[in-house]
Design a protein around this ligand. Structure first.
Ligand code: ATR
Length: 268
């Protein structure tokens, strides 16, 4: 019987992870199946335990369960501990291993696929929720000069910056960005769900600067359009990040790194 994997979230019907992992499995000749599971808001933990009992080998976890997945993991990796969230479970006998590949996915998409030069750059990270926390430490490891976290609720940005414990990182409100310029603006807010863009100054993108929306859609997202309208050299959406985080999970499970470029192209 093929090894079983799944993605769990709520809602889940629009998840593209099954397509992505099926493509990786075809490409690398791995015998596996990968399904969607609608997690119950009351009993996510029970849903995971059931999948393990049925012989499941691993799971991806998506909104809104990543923090609960972190608490459920017996052995969270260092990446998961820093993110305070788990997006990848590996079931090893009775043990539930938890990891987080989101930040690595973002960094691989920006750095490897698009060749963004992180070293010495000034990065603005918008939002101070789970999405931002998940990518904060991996971004810092790439060697930017500064990383400013800006959030609608300033106190949450300050709190997340303190958690980073790094002199390069500061937190502030969106209204405190006046007069500052950044080489890369990463949108980790949920504003896009309402088709909105965080209220940032028109001139906070440096000349030649890039924008990156961690969200994606069949049409350009509101933040991609913001980047295009404000002179971004590149205005990217999160489809590449989605495929790259999936590739990192696939590697954890199967020990083979798939080629992501054809899969990103297939999804576009
Ligand atoms: P996630 O885990 O996806 O990051 P979250 O923890 O609810 O979700 O965080 C959502 C983030 O999007 C927060 O930073 C939120 O700002 P607040 O902390 O001020 O609530 C931000 N956000 C949501 N809607 C927004 C909007 N319309 N404009 C700006 N920021 C927004």
């Amino acid at each position: 019987m093929s090894d079983r994997y799944a993605v769990i979230g709520n809602p889940i019907e629009h998840s593209r992870s099954p397509e992505i992992h099926a493509a990786f499995a075809r490409q690398t000749g791995q015998d596996m199946v990968y399904e969607r599971i609608l997690g119950s808001l009351d009993d996510f933990e029970g849903d995971v335990r059931r999948f393990i009992a049925e012989g499941g080998r691993g799971m991806n976890v998506t909104v809104p369960f990543k923090e609960r997945a972190f608490r459920l993991a017996d052995e969270p990796s260092e990446r998961a501990q820093r993110a305070g969230a788990v997006n990848t479970f590996t079931f090893d006998g009775d043990r539930v291993l938890g990891d987080n590949t989101d930040g690595a996915g973002l960094v691989r998409d920006l750095g490897c696929n698009h060749r963004f030069a992180f070293a010495g750059s000034r990065i603005l990270l918008l939002g101070a929720g789970g999405a931002s926390r998940g990518v904060l430490f991996p971004l810092l490891e790439e060697g930017p000069d500064q990383l400013v976290i800006a959030n609608r609720t300033a106190s949450k940005a300050v709190e997340l910056a303190e958690l980073a414990g790094d002199v390069r990182v500061t937190g502030c409100g969106l209204d405190e960005l006046r007069g500052r310029r950044f080489d890369l603006i990463v949108n980790g807010t949920a504003a896009g769900l309402q088709g909105a863009v965080p209220a940032i100054p028109d001139d906070c993108l440096a000349s030649g600067g890039w924008t990156y929306d961690m969200m994606y859609g069949s049409e350009p997202t509101a933040f991609v359009r913001w980047g295009q309208a404000h002179g971004a050299a590149r205005a990217l959406d999160g489809l590449g990040m989605l495929v790259e985080q999936a590739a990192e999970s696939f590697f954890l499970w199967r020990g083979v790194m798939p080629d992501t470029a054809p899969v990103i192209e297939m999804l576009r």
